[in-house]
Design a protein. Structure first.
Length: 120
């Protein structure tokens, strides 16, 4: 699954670059959407995000492409590999700026872990 985001002035930190917290939020949201599409009707919460390392700075006006690929599927959890690419709108050149693996667990209405169905 892919998702896109335009980096606007309100997404920048005090140095004029993308605030890392915004990127983490968008990455988590993209992975959650992928999980929700793969396992319709399931409730997921994020339980882990592996290695958080920002590889490049991102400027205002960049178009981010976030790619989510399903990885390991356990009894109650599922992992997604997320790669984020920033495209320069003037040149179209795209480069990877971030990647991580996010783990979700399926929960019931009481917040307890429950088994996953077969993925779509």
């Amino acid at each position: 699954m892919e998702n896109y985001k335009l980096v606007l002035p309100e997404h920048l930190n005090h140095y004029g670059f993308l605030f890392g917290g915004n990127l983490l939020k968008w990455v988590d949201e993209t992975a959650w959407i992928a999980a929700s599409q793969d396992f319709a009707g399931c409730n997921f919460v994020t339980i882990a995000m592996d290695t958080v390392e920002f590889k490049k700075t991102v400027k205002q006006g960049a178009i981010l492409r976030m790619s989510a690929q399903r990885g390991r599927v356990g009894n109650t959890s599922v992992q997604y590999a997320i790669s984020v690419f920033a495209a320069d709108i003037e040149t179209g050149v795209e480069e990877m700026v971030f990647s991580t693996t996010i783990t979700f667990v399926r929960i019931d209405g009481e917040g307890r872990k429950i088994s996953l169905p077969t993925p779509a």
